[in-house]
Design a protein around this ligand. Structure first.
Ligand code: SF4
Ligand code: SF3
Length: 542
C-alpha cells in the first residue's frame, strides 16, 4: 500500500504497511482499485457526454465511491469489494448506453477492468494498478494530480450530502469525470494541472453552495442556540459525523421513545437548525473531537451512530454499541441503511443510558451567515469605531498531533479587541473557552461544520462588500488546520477565490513537492503556521 492523503501520514511521507488511521493494507489497495475503476467509468462518461449521454447512476456512483475513500470513512474490505463489484455493473450499463448512442469508448486504463471474484484476487489487481505509484512520471505533475484528486474526494463528500437532500448540479458530476479521466492524459503539463487544481476549488465552491441550500432549505437557517455539554437521566443515542438528514431521521424515529439524542464531533452545529432543534429530546453535546472517541465512546452509556468521517477502530468494549450508515463502514460495527435506525434504537434501549444529571456548562452554536449578517451593521460599526481590530478565521480539522495546541494558544492569546470565527472539528481545541463579547457581539462565533465553509465565505464576502474592499484587504486572517480531504477541497476553493496569506498547519501536505509549494507561496503567499501562536499573532497584528 501507499497512502499519503491525510495530515497524519506516516513520517510525513506515506503509510506503507498499515495506515496511521488504522486502515489495513488490504483496504488501502482496494481503494486504489476503486479509483482505477472510477478512471474507467470517467473515461466512458466523458466520451458519452460528447454524444449527449448522461447517466445519473454513474454520476452518483462516482461521488459515493470517492467519498468512500476519504480518510476515516470505510475500514471494511468486504464493503469496499462490494462497492467495486457495484462499480463494474455501473460501468457496464454506462458503456451500453454510450455505445448505443454511437460514441466510441476509449481504450483507457480502467475501461475494460473487471473485478476478480474474491478479495485476495482484487487485492492483487489493486497492487498492480497502485494509483500514484508510477514514479516514472514528473513528480510535480503527480503532486498536482494528488492535490486535485484529494480535493475531489472532499468535493464528492459534500456533493453526496447535498444530493441526499435533493440538490445536484450536472456540471459538478461532469467535472468529477473530467478530472478522473484527465489522470490518464499524459499530454497534460504542469500548468494544465495547476488549472485543474484551481478548477477543483471552483467546482467545490458550487458544491458548497448546493450543500448550504440543501441544509438551510431542509432545516432552516441556523440561529444562535445554547447547547448543554452535560447530560440528564434518560436512555441515550450519540450521533456523529456531518449528515443532517440522518440526524433528522433519527430524531423523528426516536420521538416519544424515552431516548435523548446527543451530538458528537462535527454534528454539534446541528443544534442551531430550527427544524432539528424543535425536538425536545435533541438534548445536548457529548465529547470532543474525533481523535478522542475511543476513550469518550467507551464511557457513553448508549448507542452510537456514525454518519460520515471520522470513525476510528472501535474498542471491543463498545463495538456492540456502534453503528455506521451511509458511506461509513467498519468490520467491527453494525451497518444500518436506508435511514432505518431501528437497530440503533433497540440497542439504546438495552443500554443503561445516563442515570444522573450533570451540568457540564454549555456552548453557543448557530452563527451561520444568516445570524452573523443579521448583526452586520453592529459589526461594521464596531470595526469602524476600533472596538473590533481584527477577525481571525480559525478553522479546519482536529487531529492527534501535539502541534495542534498552536490553535488553542492562538485563540486564547488573541487580543480582547479581536473576534474569532470558527468552523469544523478543529474548534474542539477551544470551543468551550469563554472569550467574552465586544459590545454584545460574542468574540467566538461558531459558523458550523466544515460543511458550512460556504457560510464563512459568504460572511467574508459580505464584510468586504460593506467596507468596499477585497477579502484580502479586510482586517481578517485565516489560520487553518487540515487533516483530511474535505479540508483540501476547501483550501482549493479559497485559492480559487484568490485569498492570500493563509496560514496552514499543523504540517504541510506530504503530497506537495517543494516546486508545487513554491507556486502556492508565489501566487498565494500561503505559509505554514509558525513555531508559536504569539509570534504569529504579533506578525499578523503588527
Ligand atoms: Fe495514512 Fe492518512 Fe492514508 Fe490513513 S488516510 S493510510 S493515515 S495517509
Ligand atoms: Fe473533522 Fe474528521 Fe476534518 Fe469536518 S470530522 S472537519 S477531520
Amino acid at each position: 500500500m501507499f497512502c499519503n492523503q491525510c495530515e497524519q501520514t506516516n513520517k510525513g511521507v506515506g503509510c506503507t504497511t498499515v495506515g496511521v488511521c488504522g486502515k489495513t493494507a488490504e483496504v488501502a489497495v482496494l481503494q486504489d482499485l476503486l479509483l482505477h475503476e472510477l478512471k474507467g467509468i470517467a473515461a466512458i462518461a466523458v466520451a458519452g457526454e460528447k454524444a449527449g449521454v448522461v447517466d445519473h447512476d454513474a454520476q452518483v456512483f462516482t461521488a459515493e465511491a470517492l467519498f468512500t475513500t476519504v480518510t476515516n470513512v470505510d475500514f471494511d474490505a468486504e464493503h469496499m469489494a462490494d462497492v467495486i463489484v457495484q462499480g463494474a455493473e455501473v460501468k457496464r450499463a454506462l458503456r451500453e448506453k454510450v455505445e448505443a448512442a454511437g460514441a466510441e469508448v476509449p481504450a483507457a486504463p480502467g475501461v475494460d477492468f473487471e473485478p476478480a471474484h474474491d478479495i485476495p484476487g482484487m487485492v492483487a489487481q489493486g497492487e498492480a494498478v497502485g494509483i500514484f505509484s508510477d514514479h516514472s512520471r514528473d513528480e510535480n505533475v503527480q503532486s498536482l494530480q494528488q492535490t486535485a484528486v484529494y480535493g475531489l474526494k472532499g468535493l464528492a463528500a459534500y456533493a453526496d450530502h447535498a444530493r441526499i437532500l435533493g440538490h445536484e448540479d450536472p456540471a459538478v458530476y461532469e467535472f468529477m469525470h473530467e478530472l478522473l479521466a484527465a489522470l490518464e492524459d499524459t499530454s497534460l503539463s504542469r500548468e494544465d494541472w495547476i488549472g485543474l487544481v484551481l478548477k477543483t476549488g471552483e467546482v467545490n465552491l458550487r458544491v458548497m453552495e448546493l450543500l448550504d441550500a440543501a441544509n438551510t432549505g431542509a432545516y432552516g437557517h441556523p440561529a444562535p442556540t445554547s447547547v448543554p455539554l452535560g447530560h440528564r437521566p434518560n436512555k441515550a443515542i450519540l450521533i456523529s459525523g456531518h449528515d443532517l438528514k440522518d440526524l433528522a431521521d433519527l430524531l423523528e424515529q426516536t420521538e416519544d421513545r424515552g431516548i435523548d439524542v446527543y451530538t458528537h464531533g462535527e454534528m454539534l452545529p446541528a443544534h442551531g437548525y430550527p427544524e432539528l432543534k424543535k425536538y425536545p429530546h435533541f438534548y445536548g453535546h457529548y465529547g470532543t473531537a474525533w481523535q478522542n472517541q475511543r476513550k469518550e465512546f467507551d464511557e457513553f452509556p448508549g448507542a452510537i451512530l456514525m454518519t460520515t468521517n471520522c470513525i476510528q477502530n472501535p474498542r471491543d468494549t463498545y463495538a456492540a454499541n456502534i453503528f455506521t450508515t451511509g458511506r461509513v463502514a467498519h468490520p467491527a460495527a453494525t451497518h444500518v441503511a436506508n435511514g432505518d435506525f431501528g437497530a440503533v434504537i433497540e440497542r439504546a434501549l438495552e443500554l443503561p443510558g445516563f442515570t444522573d444529571e450533570v451540568d457540564g456548562g454549555s456552548v453557543t452554536v448557530g452563527f451561520g451567515r444568516n445570524a452573523v449578517l443579521s448583526v452586520a451593521p453592529a459589526v461594521i460599526e464596531a470595526v469602524k469605531s476600533g472596538a473590533i481590530r481584527h477577525f481571525f478565521l480559525v478553522g479546519g480539522c482536529d487531529g492527534a498531533k501535539p502541534g495542534r495546541s498552536y490553535y488553542t494558544d492562538f485563540v486564547d492569546q488573541a487580543p480582547a479587541d479581536t473576534v474569532v470565527l470558527t468552523l469544523a472539528c478543529g474548534k474542539f481545541r477551544f470551543f468551550d473557552h469563554q472569550l467574552g463579547e465586544i459590545g454584545g457581539i460574542p468574540r467566538l462565533l461558531d459558523v458550523g461544520q466544515c460543511n458550512d465553509a460556504y457560510s464563512a465565505i459568504k460572511i467574508a464576502l459580505a464584510l468586504a462588500d460593506a467596507f468596499g474592499v477585497s477579502v484580502n484587504e479586510l482586517p481578517m486572517s485565516l489560520v487553518l488546520s487540515w487533516y483530511e480531504q474535505k479540508a483540501v477541497a476547501i483550501l482549493l476553493t479559497l485559492l480559487h477565490l484568490g485569498i492570500t496569506d493563509i496560514r496552514l498547519g499543523p504540517t504541510l501536505p506530504a503530497f506537495i513537492t517543494p516546486a508545487v509549494l513554491q507556486v502556492l507561496v508565489d501566487e498565494f503567499s500561503i505559509k505554514p503556521i509558525g513555531a508559536s501562536a504569539s509570534e504569529d499573532l504579533t506578525a499578523i497584528l503588527g
